[in-house]
Design a protein around this ligand. Structure first.
Ligand SMILES: O=C(O)C[C@H]1C=CC(=O)O1
Length: 92
């Protein structure tokens, strides 16, 4: 099952810079592991914003929730999820 998830990240402006650096590094490692596993099929930065679109390819709503809620930055992320179905005009 595929889901397009828009994540908007709002880190507190007064967050300790060291904690921020650790969060960013942990987020990168987690995200790259999911990409290597194919559970994040693609990721794009929204130009000019601290936001991204992630295409998840997972088995269930529950797996999606587990992965999104496991993001190190989860407490600072607003996630908007759209479930994707096959488009009848798709040639793939
Ligand atoms: O957009 C961000 O930097 C936050 C984040 C969520 C997944 C990921 O790889 O990075």
């Amino acid at each position: 099952m595929q889901y397009m998830v828009r994540m908007t990240v709002t880190l507190p402006p007064d967050l300790d810079p060291e904690v921020r650096e650790q969060l960013v590094a942990a987020e990168k490692a987690y995200s790259q592991r999911l990409q290597q596993e194919g559970r994040i099929a693609a990721i794009w930065r929204v130009a000019g914003q601290f936001a991204n679109y992630c295409l998840f390819d997972v088995a269930s709503h529950d797996e999606l929730h587990e992965l999104v809620s496991g993001l190190p930055m989860f407490g600072y992320i607003q996630a908007e999820v759209e479930a994707l179905a096959t488009h009848p005009n798709s040639i793939r």
